[in-house]
Design a protein around this ligand. Sequence first.
Ligand code: SF4
Ligand code: F3S
Length: 374
Amino acid sequence: MSPLGLEEKMNRPADNTLRIALSDAGISRRDFLGFCATLAAAYALPASSVIVIAAALENASRTSVIWLSFQECTGCTESLTRSHTPTIEGLILEQVSLDYHHTLQAASGEAAERAREESMRANAGKYLLVVDGSVPLGNPGYSTIAGVSNFDMLMETAKGAAAVIAVGTCAAYGGLPAAQPNPTGAVPVSQLIKDKPVINVPGCPPIPVVITGVLAHFLTFGTLPELDGRGRPTIFYGESIHDRCYRRPSYDQGKFAESFDDEGARKGWCLFKLGCKGPVTHNACATTKWNNGVSFPIQSGHGCLGCAEPDFWDMGSFYKALSMPATPVRKAVAGAAAAGVGAGVAVAFANRAKKAAAKAAHETVKVEDLTKKP
Ligand code: SF4
Ligand code: F3S
């Protein structure tokens, strides 16, 4: 059976449950429980919660989602739709009622706007509003939908939302449209919405499983995950790329590639001197990876650009090594770059101790045990 396109998923019957969708897609209960175990581990929940998460996801009622796209490149939507199908992440997306999405909806013109208004009315106070793209304040005419400025549509649609999810670095921080000299006066969603939760899911684009992980949390618990000081879910943005990078041992040993084609690059050494921004970038790339866990930029031989951090576009050359100590992490990085092994070993010890403590605090989830249950 060929997987449904997202456009078809938007129009699927409302009584379809994830249980049926999983079975239709040929996804085994074992794989599904593995996905739930990953979520449980990410949320720092005990192994016993995996069954609870699975049951909640399988039977969750469909949550209405309205998705607005403002000043963006459609990369965030592409990230989601180009993920491998059928995936459990894709099926989670099926579990919501995506009532309005410019790129994916079949309806157009007045019918599309009516769908948005009807969904807002029918699900007042309960729907999720997802936004990708920044909002131009310089002139209402810079970006409009059905003749309505992005600002007016955001404020109108956010009024009845339970929460707002700002997907992508543009919606979360202004992103590329806000790069100097910010010709449209672009601002992030959180600068405009102050009376309800705004959850930032940055990345240019964000990792699909991170977007669906946030949705899965809402479907499972009816709440949003814990956020850090920048409004990001700590489960996905709690550690830097550098914290979890597989090239970290070479960093700790002071082994750096000096060019993209030297011996160090061929041996897979650290890309710090080639401009990698992993030490100051918080995202899940080094652990969840991209394309169904196949790879991520550093594994493909290029340093992290810092695409999930504010102002990444204005932070100087992508190929210039970090140098100015600004935070404890940066200090450690600058020290290691200058002194090589010494500082690196100290950071490695601190990192290992942190990981050991985190590991000890979590229960091990054994999917084998869980699959024995009905
Ligand atoms: Fe990995 Fe970049 Fe850190 Fe090197 S600097 S260990 S390549 S994240
Ligand atoms: Fe972006 Fe860096 Fe990940 S550039 S995709 S946050 S490795």
